[in-house]
Ligand binder design. Sequence first.
Ligand code: FES
Length: 104
Amino acid sequence: MTLTVIDRNGTERTVTAEPGMSVMEILREQGFDDLQALCGGCCSCATCHVYVDGSAAGLLPPVGPDENDLLDSSAHRTGASRLSCQLRYQPELAGLTITIAPED
Ligand code: FES
């Protein structure tokens, strides 16, 4: 299964994604170093901020309270914002497009 990623330079790349991993883990494993993910997925840093293709919004879990608070601290939050460490990659998300949000 695949995931399409647009990095901070606007470069688009499609990568292979393993179900069960978080989207953050997939991005890090695939070498997208502009996604820092400083807390390692503990939902405490917001440096894994991404924008998710709107067509997939209904397939994602709701934004949790901690995730919501962290996203609120970002000047770049939009309706498409999620913390990628909080998104588990599932087969129904195959073909999803993720854009790495600008750095705060
Ligand atoms: Fe820190 Fe996602 S990696 S909040």
